[in-house]
Structure formats: structure tokens, C-alpha cells
Ligand binder design. Sequence first.
Ligand code: MG
Length: 223
Amino acid sequence: MPTATVQLSNEQIEIRKIFCIGRNYVEHAKEMNAEVPKTPVFFLKPATAVIGSGGTILTPAVSRELHHEVEMTVLIGKGGRDISRGNALNHVAGYGIGLDMTLRDIQAEAKKKGLPWTLAKGFDTSAPLSSFYPASAVEDPHHLGLQLLVNGSPRQHSNTQYFVFGVDELIAYISQFFTFERGDIIFTGTPEGVARTIAGDKLDATLALPSGQIIATLTVHVQ
Ligand code: MG
């Protein structure tokens, strides 16, 4: 099974479930012509979808439209159920950067027909993940900068201060229905600027503290 690496301690944690939040930035909901949700919208990816930095994204032949979605990621260090919002951040081991790779044409067809998003979102290599910066060294996960460069040019740029639902709210909400386990990951949703990416592209994603210090980096290639 793929593992998540916690920086500084170099601890390796086996990855379990991967929760992905939809429409957690108002500007992204707008660009998708979708409403801003009243409660978190989420779906799952299998752990087998994970690749690390330096990996290659393989687009299934059924799709003609692979999209990048850069997202801050959360590594759960301590499991639980019915976790209170006030205690939620104590369950986090670290924060990183990830790409929720999406087959947009397959997703659009699924939306139209009311079918699941599993193929559009959960295919092998659809979950590139950086290592995780220890949560104990992050004062506030709601003031982190995220950026994606495609072939060196800026494509997506935002800050977690624009979340619709904070990390604490997401953990509290999801844990009413799903038991969190150590090694679970949350993709916290993408900001605006999602776009097509094609074979040969190089994607560079970063997560930064308010000081500008980069705390997570991820580089992958599209094949
Ligand atoms: Mg996403």
C-alpha cells in the first residue's frame, strides 16, 4: 500500500481512505456553474490512486480531457468518529499539497446521467501527493498559500483563507458518517483556474506558510 511521509520525523504512515471535498472555494463553484454547498460535498478515491512526487500521471484512453485541481491535503494521524469541531485539528498529523486529477469529460457525462464519479476521479495515478509538513509546526491551516505551475507558468493560485468549510468543519462533518483512521487523507477542494493538461506537461505544486516559506512541493509529469 502507498505510504504518506511526515517531514522532519520522516515517519511513514500507510494511506487508508482518501476523502475529496468538492466546491470548497466560491470562485471554483462559479467557474463550474455550480452552487456553493450548504454542507460539505465529498467523494472517495482509492489508496491505489496515489503517486508521489516524481511520478507520472497516466490518462485512461477513454478520456480526452484530463484536468488538474491543486488542493491542500490533510493527513489524519489519529482516527475517530463523531469528532468535535473544537478537537478536530488534534487529529491531524500534517498538511501537504496534492492534485485531484479529473477526467472532466467523463465527469460531465456522469453528472448529466446521474452516475457515480468513480472513474472520473479515482483512476490509477489520479491522486499525486507531496510529503506532509507536521501539523504541530503549522500555526493556522487556514492561511496557507497554494500554487500550481504548468510547464513553469502559473495556472492556479489561492489561499486556504478562502475555504467555504475549514479543516475543522470538514473533519467534524465527515466523522459523523465515516470512521476516520490513521492514514486517511482529505483533499480540501480546488480553487479557481482548473484547466486541461496534456501529455508532456510538467506540473509543479507548492504549499506555503504566510511568511512565504514553502512547506510542501510536488512535481509530476503527464504522459
Ligand atoms: Mg477536487
